[in-house]
Design a protein around this ligand. Structure first.
Ligand code: PHE
Length: 498
């Protein structure tokens, strides 16, 4: 390679020009591809100027080479028939030349009047020769193409159709001296060094231009998972709105705090093992360790009602409330917090949480058995549904979801309840993003919260908005044991679409 480069520079120095890189390669005994790579390199150093020339020509295919060597099929059919003065049967001809050659060659040989089918003296159908001397035009044209001679378009088209030739294109270069021409390549400096500053050589040094399009090396660690980024963003929104984070560090809950405290009936289908992961060890927690007066008020509200409610009218079982489970929603954390708030003496409060919940669900591209919930709770005197809608509008618009719609819904612990829909600009449709409502008196009064205190709350998944924001269409790529590492490594540092 170095030889090619040196030689090329010497010839340019002597002649000032190299008309054609391919001719230069063949007279000097180099591979043209080696000359081309030297040309590219010298060009990038501005040492030479290369003018590109495109060429195209036809080359023989394997079949074309075969015909050039052995003659065309019709020529071979004629040759063989000619050797048999009394004629040759089709079968015999096929045995000598092969079925394929006869199949291709017989029709044109007949059409050209070289051979015919006749009855022999013995009454058999045979092929007879009709032309003493014939010329194999096809073979001659292929020979011309092989020797680099021009052929007519009609001939070339016919051979192309018969797949005996195929077009080939390539490039050569006309070369002349560039602005930085020299007999030897001088590597430009990439960095200003201490030595260059000391000896003054920086004044005349040639510096390599910066490549501003070069990408940095991908880093192997330190990537933030998209869920962590969205969580950080949501945490900031809540904090800016004056919310305080709830302690969510207990994945295991008793049914009491997950369901009963929320006035969810003990016969509710969500309390079935098909929907909830119950623990086998330890299977239960002792309810007598919980505040007894509160437990009694929960029991009587379930059984007999109160605060304008008739209750569920059935026996409330301690054993059901004692069952341990993996919390099915972060509202279990909210119920503990609200009880604590009532106990300490009510003061207006705003709480939020973002953490993991568990449901016994079949896993598919939109469902996981373990995922994250975002929950917001506001407690104050005299709150109304208008406050709930207003706060939700503010919260979701800060998240980038500006168009909201609400649909009446049902939750055992809220009344009224509303599903929250947001218009997704990406999907061009309304998407359910959460659930909300005002906690029922049957939940709040037994805790000891004053009668004029209302609590509004909402919950949403963390995964779904993250998938929309990062264009991920399979939840399993985002979270769980099949998480896609490239999703983690390649997600943008910041998003500009909010
Ligand atoms: N806990 C509900 C969400 C919710 C929270 C608070 C109030 C109303 C609804 C769920 O899991 O879907």
């Amino acid at each position: 390679m170095a030889d090619v480069e040196k030689h090329l520079l010497q010839v340019l120095d002597r002649d000032g020009i190299i008309e054609d890189s391919e001719a230069f390669a063949s007279t000097s005994g180099y591979d043209h591809s080696a000359v081309v790579s030297s040309v590219k390199s010298l060009q990038s150093y501005e040492m030479i100027i290369a003018e590109e020339k495109s060429h195209s020509r036809f080359v023989l295919t394997a079949e074309g080479r075969d015909v050039r060597e052995q003659g065309s099929a019709e020529f071979r059919v004629h040759g063989e028939v000619k050797r048999h003065e009394g004629g040759i049967s089709m079968k015999q001809l096929q045995e000598v030349l092969g079925k394929e050659v006869v199949k291709i060659g017989f029709p044109p040989a007949k059409k050209l009047g070289w051979v015919t089918m006749e009855k022999s003296s013995s009454g058999e159908q045979v092929l007879m020769c009709k032309a003493a001397e014939v010329q194999d035009i096809t073979q001659q044209i292929l020979e011309d193409i092989h020797n680099g001679q021009e052929v007519s378009k009609a001939d070339a088209d016919a051979l192309k159709k018969r797949q005996q030739i195929t077009p080939e294109s390539w490039r050569t270069y006309k070369l002349s001296k560039g602005p930085k021409f020299a007999l030897e390549k001088k590597k430009p400096a990439t960095d200003l060094t201490h030595d260059m500053l000391k000896d003054g050589s920086w004044k005349t040094a040639d510096f390599k231009a910066y490549n501003f399009n070069a990408l940095g090396l991908p880093t192997s660690g330190g990537h933030l998972h998209p869920l962590l980024k969205v969580r950080a963003q949501i945490r900031k929104i809540f904090t800016n709105m004056g919310f305080e984070e709830m302690p969510t560090n207990n994945y295991v809950e008793s049914s009491f705090w997950n369901f009963d405290a929320l006035f969810q009936p003990q016969q509710h289908p969500a309390r079935d093992a098909h929907d909830t992961f119950f623990l086998t060890k330890p299977a239960s927690s002792r309810l007598d360790r919980q505040p007894q007066d509160y437990v009694q008020r929960v029991r009587s509200t379930h059984e007999r009602g109160g605060f304008g409610s008739t209750g569920y009218g059935s026996h409330w079982k301690v054993s059901e409330a004692e069952k341990n489970l993996l919390r099915t929603h972060t509202t279990a954390v909210s119920s503990r917090m609200l009880y604590r708030l009532a106990k300490r003496g009510f003061k207006p409060a705003k709480y939020f949480s973002i953490d993991r919940v568990f449901r016994n669900e079949a896993i598919d591209r939109t469902h996981l058995a373990e995922f994250h919930q975002i929950e917001g709770v506001v407690c104050d005197r005299g709150l109304t549904l208008g406050d709930l809608i207003g706060i939700l509008q503010l919260f979701f618009s800060r998240l980038g979801l500006k168009k909201l719609r609400f649909k009446p819904a049902f939750n055992p612990y809220t009344e009224p309840s509303m599903e929250i829909f947001s218009y997704s600009e990406q999907l061009k449709k309304w998407v359910e993003v959460g659930n909300s409502g005002m906690f029922r008196p049957e939940m709040l009064r037994p805790m000891g919260l004053p009668e004029d205190v209302n609590v509004i709350a909402w919950g949403l998944g963390l995964e779904r908005p993250t998938m929309i924001l990062y264009g991920i269409d399979n939840i399993r790529d985002l979270f769980g044991h099949k998480v896609s590492l490239s999703v983690v490594k390649k997600n943008p540092i910041c998003r500009l679409n909010m």
